[in-house]
Design a protein around this ligand. Structure first.
Ligand code: TYM
Length: 339
């Protein structure tokens, strides 16, 4: 990941929706990775509030969670002096570009999106057009900043693919308007699974709170959830990623590997021959000890409303400056009158 210092830094964009409790999956699949990228890249991270209203939200809750997410980013190690942090709805360019790109995206492409299929089956009473065109808004988020790399979890890779397709289509008509971005996955932790149904991804919107670890859970609750995670009756600590029967153990090995910057294979070797109880205890300790300092920082930062508001204000201005350059270019290309 080293770059020649004479070259400008490559740009990174990513974000999390403030639509629920941030999970260990969000942390290990995305935020933890962002922290390590900040020195080598020009990073922009946003709180994706526009995305979150595709599912009904309580307004006061959404506002609160958006600021909590910002505090959590910082507590996890995102440095506002190094990275740009802003609230998506504070920059109207996202919604504006999304409208244009909606006109360059096909219904058939959007119908194939697994997140749409999944969310529309879970919210059958509210299959709104925003849920359907969500990937276009996400493409706009990325393309506005001429982003090169998008560090996300595995579940977002399909959205990055469609973003690339739309960008290439647009460039094909109008010349090189957009940089074509690439997704960036972590080696371990790109898909953290549910603790109760380990063949499903860990999700903050899971109705069963035992299925996910929230970064805001009490430490004894975190330990309890890990200790009661679904495993198997074989009693053998082995990493077998293609064996569904081992999904629970594979998941715990992956979590441990992500926590300790190791690999699931190496963790399995370390715990070879030990019982599940011992192993789960070690995973619980590792997770709690990683979250503890984050929570201490969080508790401190969340109280400083003026500091957080200041970051939002500066971030919105910085993001606006970059985004307007792309938006103006796009408007000109499609034939809008631009001064
Ligand atoms: P969201 O809010 O669902 O999740 C935020 C990030 O966490 C990752 N993630 C996971 N990683 C590993 N294991 C899991 N179980 C897990 N669950 C979630 C996600 O892959 C994501 O990286 N559409 C995005 C938000 C978004 C965005 C963007 C991201 C909107 N515009 C532009 C990047 C660039 C989403 O819903 O993420």
């Amino acid at each position: 990941m080293e770059q020649n210092i004479t070259e400008p830094k490559k740009r990174i964009f990513s974000g999390v929706q403030p639509s629920g409790n941030i999970t260990l999956g969000n942390y290990l699949g995305a935020i933890k990775n962002w922290v390590s990228l900040q020195d080598d890249y020009e990073c922009i991270f946003a709180m994706m509030d526009l995305h979150s209203i595709t599912v009904r939200q309580t307004p006061a809750e959404l506002r609160k969670r958006t600021m909590e997410l910002l505090a959590l980013y910082i507590a996890c190690g995102i440095d506002p002096e190094k990275s740009t942090l802003f609230v998506q709805s504070h920059n109207s360019a996202h919604a504006e570009l999304a409208w244009v790109l909606n006109c360059y995206t096909y219904m058939g492409e959007l119908q194939r999106m697994t997140q749409f299929k999944d969310k529309s089956s879970r919210h059958a009473d509210n299959i709104n057009a925003g849920l359907f065109t969500y990937p276009v808004l996400m493409a706009s988020d990325i393309l506005l900043y001429q982003t090169e790399l998008v560090p996300v979890g595995k579940d977002q890779m399909q959205h990055i693919e469609i973003c690339r397709d739309v960008a290439q289509r647009f460039n094909g008509v109008y010349g090189d308007v957009f940089k074509i971005p690439e997704g960036l996955l972590v080696k371990s932790g790109a898909k953290v699974m549910s603790l109760t149904e380990p063949t499903k991804k860990m999700s903050k919107s899971d109705p069963n709170p035992k299925a996910f670890i929230s970064m805001m859970d009490d430490f004894n609750v975190i330990a309890k959830k890990i200790k009661s995670a679904v495993t198997d009756s074989e009693g053998v600590i082995e990493y077998r990623p293609d064996d569904e029967a081992k999904a629970g153990i594979n998941n715990l090995l992956t979590i441990m590997a992500a926590m300790t910057n190791s690999t699931p294979e190496a963790v399995a070797k370390e715990f070879e021959g030990q019982g599940y109880g011992t192993f789960k205890g070690a995973v619980a300790d590792a997770v709690v000890e990683a979250i503890r300092p984050i929570r201490e920082e969080y508790d401190r930062i969340i109280k400083d409303k003026a500091y957080l508001q200041d970051i939002c204000k500066n971030g919105a201005e910085a993001s606006h400056r970059i985004a307007q350059r792309t938006l103006k270019k796009v408007y000109k290309k499609v034939g809008f009158i631009v001064d």
